[in-house]
Design a protein around this ligand. Sequence first.
Ligand SMILES: *[C@@H]1O[C@H](CO)[C@@H](O)[C@H](O)[C@H]1NC(C)=O
Ligand SMILES: *[C@@H]1O[C@H](CO)[C@@H](O)[C@H](O)[C@H]1NC(C)=O
Length: 389
Amino acid sequence: MPYKTLVILSVCTQIVNGITSAEIIASHNYPVEIHTVVTRDGYLLNAFRIPNSIYCEQSGTKPAVLFQHGMTASSDVFLVNGPRDALPFMLADACFDVWLSNSRGTRYSRRHVSLDPSDEDFWRFSWHEIGTEDVAAFIDYILGTTNQSAVHYVGHSQGCTTLVVLLSMRPEYNQFVKTAILLGPPVFMGHTHTLGQIFLRTLIMSMPDCEFMFHNRILNKILRRICGLFVVRVYCSTFFMIVNGKFSDHLNTSAIPLIAATLPAGVSSRQPKHFIQLTDSGRFRPFDFGILRNLINYRSLTPPDYPLHNVRPLTPVHIFYSDDDLSAAKEDVENFATSLPEAVMHRISTPSWHHMDFVHSMTVANVINKPVIEIFKRFEQPIDCKGSL
Ligand SMILES: *[C@@H]1O[C@H](CO)[C@@H](O)[C@H](O)[C@H]1NC(C)=O
Ligand SMILES: *[C@@H]1O[C@H](CO)[C@@H](O)[C@H](O)[C@H]1NC(C)=O
């Protein structure tokens, strides 16, 4: 069934996108702004900003928070749990200035100064470039727009990988990151066992650089209808499971229609390929182009490891991970943490807490979001020991 879904996806052509992040935010009566950021290599990326909330009662500067979504997702992923339970809304209520980024190739970031998504050259990137170019461009833009000196960062899945790439490859960006929250970070991947990887591996590895799973309005509309019916929710969960891990007992099933309407959001085939390379090598390193191009690009037969010792944001990295996350396995995450100069570990031992539960669990507000807000507040008001949560 999942393979069929994939084929259907690749046969359909993209027409116009369905429900957007801006619509989700506005539907909950929050203000929303759309900002366009240009990267050094010419991609035009969109970010959604929630600049305020009626529940924020303090005046004064609101500290900026940058969100980065995972592979096959977009800014939508952080919003579908709604205003009471989704971290961006909770942060806006707590007087933070919320920015939701969208990396190149996703439904909101499909423009380039000279290339078109129908050009193969548009798709010559993996999450390496998303880290070194896109995340850097968003940070520059937010600092320029808000006149702040650094941002708080929340990454989920590949959104963690990209920050680690940026801070290791362009260490001058460490000073612009106040706190880094990594939710289920795939970095070392020797222990990853997702079904998607097992089933789709051969297909992915044989693909040229191209658009892999794009957002399709009509298909997503149909999926959303179908997913609204309880009986077929299992089908839809199956589809997302293939991309993200396996079934979860904690998933907010009311959010499934919206998840189905907004996923998948478009990736280059080089992104999953690069992840599969990490599962094969057990190392965290740039894309392996094969011996010849490696020699040209890296001056070595294999890609060099990312220099993780460079990852030193203004406070130690916070890593949220779980015993049952198959995409970011416990052993690998703990190994990653010991490779960092400093990390604070938040282990979730709740059984069957899976990769998407860091954003979609029914209990995400208490298990993840409130502790994250507390970490940000502690940075902003280091003297106030009482805390308000
Ligand atoms: C930006 O911040 C700097 C120092 O933090 C200040 O000197 C400058 O006036 C600010 N600029 C604007 C436009 O607010
Ligand atoms: C589940 O998702 C629905 C739909 O977005 C939302 O209204 C609700 O608050 C969410 N519940 C929890 C506990 O996350």
